[in-house]
Ligand binder design. Structure first.
Ligand code: NAD
Length: 312
């Protein structure tokens, strides 16, 4: 039962560690069957943020025993050259997952490239075939779902937060987060409403949510008036704030945040105003919530892809 003022913190870091330990066991089991799951990551050009993400994906592969390969074609690569690279990876039996790190340079046709990845190797879950399978209600163990939405569902399941029959409201309709998480919540038998930038009376709708998912990309956009007391809040947003006024607004009296802000000149806030967490029943913190799950789910998808392709 929810006691107001005492929300549960849904610890993404702990849940990610649990998932990674399970993946490591599955990798060990695959090896006894004679194969090692393998992930290829294509990083085009030298985008610093992308380099950091890719390095941490490759590092996690190593920790869990997954074979990984990083391909780093130059930013000047043409769509055709990159398509040839994807085609070669599609044909390799030792590669189970292919990830194309986004964003790609402007001159590259991103959709054409994403569509060229074999659906069986699409560990990001962005291929239209996989998006379609998700929408058609494929069982979670039979479809490669996008990593961030899959992580959200894992957090809810592993925290024993019921979804069946619950009212879920998703703010955001992106193909990466909003739409797939809405599909997955429907597959878990929630009653789902998707809201977006043109939604009228947003707060009236969000206040009905038992589960409120915020994937907007605006710092602290969801305020306490938009939340039903006791609701579960899943905050997907990762927003960097850089002004004193914002730090004071979102983290009043929080010495740790202020110290971090003074050291680095910025701090991270989600799409939910922390004041709204206070009236929730449970919430994912930022950082340490949804964001912590994304790489774990990529690892899990790589092993799933390896198993599905080999039918066990
Ligand atoms: P996006 O920009 O593609 O989509 C944002 C969505 O929010 C749009 O559908 C838009 O309609 C909606 N929106 C914008 N303003 C709104 C408003 N005022 N009211 C209602 N809806 C509004 O963003 P995205 O890729 O879905 O990402 C959303 C957030 O999640 C970002 O902060 C991003 O950094 C973060 N993110 C986090 C992870 C993770 O691993 N935790 C992964 C992906 C994205």
């Amino acid at each position: 039962m929810h006691v107001e003022g005492n929300p549960r913190v849904l610890d993404g870091v702990a849940i990610a560690a649990e998932i990674k330990a399970e993946v490591a066991q599955e990798v060990a089991a695959a090896r006894t069957k004679g194969y090692t799951p393998g992930l290829a990551v294509i990083l085009v050009g030298e985008v610093p943020a992308s380099q950091i993400y890719v390095r941490s994906k490759v590092k996690t592969c190593g920790e869990l025993g997954i074979y990984s390969e990083m391909l780093t074609p130059p930013a000047s690569s043409t769509t055709e050259e990159l398509l040839a690279m994807v085609d070669a990876l599609n044909k390799r039996d030792d590669i189970d997952g292919i990830l194309i790190q986004l964003p790609l340079p402007d001159h590259v046709d991103t959709n054409q490239l994403l569509d060229a990845v074999l659906p069986e190797k699409d560990v990001d879950g962005f291929h239209p075939i996989n998006a379609g399978r998700l929408l058609s209600g494929a069982a979670p163990n039979e479809v490669l779902a996008p990593c961030t939405p899959a992580g959200i569902i894992e957090i809810l399941k592993r925290s024993n937060i019921p979804m069946s029959g619950q009212r879920a409201v998703v703010i955001g309709r992106s193909n990466i987060v909003g739409k797939p998480v809405a599909s997955m919540l429907i597959n878990e038998s929630a009653t789902v409403t998707i809201c977006h930038s043109r939604t009228r009376d947003l707060a009236t709708i969000t206040r009905e949510a038992d589960i409120l998912v915020a994937a907007i990309g605006r710092p602290g956009y969801v305020t306490p008036e938009m939340v039903r007391p006791g609701a579960t809040i899943i905050d997907v947003g990762i927003n960097r704030i850089t002004t004193e006024a914002e730090v004071e607004r979102f983290f009043p009296g929080n010495a740790k945040r202020r110290e971090g802000f003074e050291k680095r000149g910025s701090t991270i806030v989600g799409d939910v105003d922390p004041a709204a967490f206070a009236i929730s029943g449970a919430f994912t913190p930022v950082p340490g919530g949804v964001g912590a799950l994304t790489i774990a789910m990529l690892m899990s998808n790589t092993v799933k892809a390896a198993k599905l392709r080999r039918k066990g």
